[in-house]
Every structure is written in C-alpha cells, then in structure tokens.
Design a protein around this ligand. Structure first.
Ligand code: UD1
Length: 365
C-alpha cells in the first residue's frame, strides 16, 4: 500500500511525524512525503524536520506565499502532477491550512482516497480561512480522524456517515510526549524568572498594527511582575513596532519546536491565538489565555487550561491577574491525548486498505 502525506505549514509537521513513524513499522506500506512549501523559511520548516526526525520530503512544491487563491491554486496545480506521477493508494492531509484543503480537492477529483487527520473541529466562524479549509476538507475526505469527541458530534451533525468517522485522539500530543524529555537539552538559556509567553499570528489580530500594539500594551500593563517572551511569526513581524515597549518584553525570531515546548512548559501563562498552543498548554497544565472570540478546540476550555478572552483588553487583564495570583485554571487532559493516537491512525488507515474504486489516468483530461 502506497501512502502519500501532504504537509505544508509549521503546524502540520508535528502531526505528520508520528503518523509516518507508526506506518514505518507496518509491513507492506510504502510512504511518500510531499512538502508544498507553504512555509519555507529555515525557522518555519527545515528546523522542524530536523528536530522531529522526519525524512526529507520526497517532493517539495516550493509554492511559497501569496493570496489565499494564489497559494491554494499553486498547490493544486503542482500537486496534481505529483499524483499522476506517484499514484498513491491513499493521501493523508493534516490540520486546516491551505495545503490541507488544496490536497484534499486535488485527490478527491482524481478518485484517490483521502484521510484527514484532525477532522471535525469547528469554530463556527467563517471569517477564519481555516474554518473554510476544515469544512471543505471534511466534506470530501473519505476517512475522518478526530482528536476529540466534539469533532465526532460536529461531523455527525453535518450528516457524515458514522463509518467514516474515527475518534483517534490528538496526534500532536504524541510528539509532545515523545520529545518533552529531549527538550531540556535544547533550552540552554533556561529562564529562572517567571514569564508570560506570547504567540500571535492570526490575521484578525496582527494585520492591523494598531490593534496588535494595543494587545501587547495591555499584556505588559497587567503583568507587571513577569518577563514577557514573544517569538514573532513572520506575518506578525511586518506589523510590529520593535521599540518603545521597555526591557521586560523580549522579541525572539520564530523558535524551533524543542525550545518552544520547553518555554511553554515553564511559563506562568501563555497568551496565544494559535490552535496547537491551546492544546499543548492543556496537556502541560499551563494556563492559557486565547485572544480570540471563539475556538475550534472547545475541549481545551471545557476540560483544559484554556480561557477565551476575545480581543478584550479588560478581560485579558482580569484573567492575567488571576493566573499571576496563582488562581489559574488547573484543567485535565482530554481523553485519548495519550501519546498513542498515531498508532490508532495507522490501524484505521491500514484497515481501510487499498480502495478498489479507481485506476488513476496517466494524464489530466
Ligand atoms: C498559516 C496557516 C495558519 C497556521 C499558520 C501557522 C493558512 C490559511 N494559514 O498561516 O492556519 O496557524 O500557518 O504558522 O494556511 N512567511 C514567511 N516565511 C515562511 C512562511 C510565511 O516569511 O516560511 C510570511 C509570508 O510573508 C506570508 C506570511 O508569512 O505572506 C503568512 O504566511 P501564510 O503561509 O500565508 O500563512 P500563516 O499566517 O503562516
């Protein structure tokens, strides 16, 4: 059985790594890894491959950045050629980035079976590009692998037949569990002070420089006793004024996976608009304040350590003060966030087997 994985952006890599590793030990499986090149900086891509121990991609489409239409279309055009060439039995896509939906659309039109890892998540906010990517990918994928039971409920509510939905748990947590012990050796400047860790990259928060700077000012105002560490995403970098914040705020370039999980683990509080960080802090038991009006990962709020504060500086201040005073949420780890999701995913993929439904044509028509 030939399984082809498509990854493209930073949050895909830590999900694909354990699935590929689990399939590696399965007899009769051949794997191909395609990187779309959606993320291309060393600090956003190559260093993750190194630290996660992933094989180099067999194919790199090198599509780079662009508008949503440009980026998605470029991935589709290049990927179609790869599919004709490589003829996989099954394609695995991850998460909710533009590479995910592009790959799902190409494959489904070629009658190649698609498995979606991290299916079923919904923010119910169609102003987020990721929500569109999630909806479309789940609509066409054949196997829907969910990280939490809300995913199953959402999919069933949308009319997806139960036999296509598999609750496998959170595969990103497999990587976190595997690499946390290694992370210590990658955090040479281990901080001995208390600190808040910030990550912000959503267009809704960072594309307007005034709003971005207001959010940062309100964090600094309400965390007087804490250092503030801010690894800056390339998208955010463009909008940020880098001076005038005072010495408590430390801007860093995007940091590699191992350093980042160590920083999360030791933080007093994490303030974010990322999806994955909401999950990692829940697993680590670190209080997280999410600067968004909604989340597609509600289990991090109902069971975990996450609190949604919206883009409301006053709410952010109140919640920060609670956490700094030691009254942050404690939380618990959601079901099947246990380090074995990749094994369950491999079992589902192999049980699905090679579909007999198609013979891939040799050229487009
Ligand atoms: C993408 C995902 C988002 C995910 C995020 C993680 C979509 C729609 N969005 O957002 O869901 O949370 O990745 O990082 O797929 N850039 C660089 N170097 C890079 C990559 C990007 O400088 O290696 C800059 C480019 O100027 C680009 C901008 O960052 O225009 C945004 O990159 P893009 O891939 O469009 O989306 P992200 O904001 O990274």
């Amino acid at each position: 059985m030939h399984i082809l994985h498509v990854v493209g952006a930073r949050p895909n890599f830590m999900k694909a790594a354990p699935v590929m590793a689990a399939l590696n030990s399965c007899k009769g499986v051949r794997q191909t890894l395609v990187h779309t090149g959606q993320h291309y900086d060393f600090s956003m891509s190559d260093v993750f491959f190194q630290q996660l121990g992933m094989p180099s991609p067999d194919v790199n489409l090198a599509v780079g950045s662009g508008t949503h239409a440009q980026q998605t279309a470029a991935i589709m055009c290049h990927l179609e050629v790869v599919m004709f060439d490589r003829k996989p039995d099954l394609v695995v896509v991850y998460g909710d980035v533009n590479s995910t939906v592009a790959a799902a659309l190409v494959c489904t039109k070629l009658l190649i079976s698609v498995a979606h890892v991290e299916a079923g998540l919904r923010s119910f906010d169609r102003t987020m590009p990721e929500e569109i990517n999630r909806l479309l990918t789940d609509r066409v994928a054949d196997l829907l692998l969910t990280p939490s039971t809300d995913g199953n409920e959402n999919l069933q509510g949308e009319g997806v037949p139960a036999e296509r939905i598999h609750f496998v748990g959170n595969v990103m947590i497999d990587t976190l569990i595997r690499l946390l012990p290694v992370a210590d050796h990658h955090c040479p400047d281990r901080l001995h002070e208390r600190y808040a860790l910030i990550t912000l990259h959503r267009p809704a928060n960072v594309d307007d420089p005034m709003l971005l700077n207001q959010i940062i000012d309100s964090i600094l105002d309400s965390s007087q006793d804490l250092a503030v560490i801010f690894p800056v995403h390339p998208r955010t970098r463009k909008q940020l004024k880098r001076t005038g914040y005072g010495p408590r705020l430390r801007f860093l370039d995007p940091i590699p996976y191992l350093e980042f999980i160590a920083l999360q683990r030791d933080a007093t509080v994490v303030i974010t608009d990322s999806g994955g960080v909401q999950e990692e802090t829940t697993y680590l038991g670190v209080p997280c304040l999410t600067v968004r009006e909604n989340t597609e990962r509600p289990v991090t709020v109902t069971l975990g350590t996450n609190t949604l504060v919206g883009r409301n500086p006053e709410r952010l201040r109140i919640e920060l003060e609670l956490i700094i005073g030691g009254r942050g949420k404690r939380g618990q780890v959601p079901p099947l966030w246990d380090g074995h999701a990749s094994r369950r995913i491999a079992e589902v993929l192999l049980a699905a087997g090679r579909p007999a439904k198609y013979e891939l044509p040799t050229t487009a028509s």
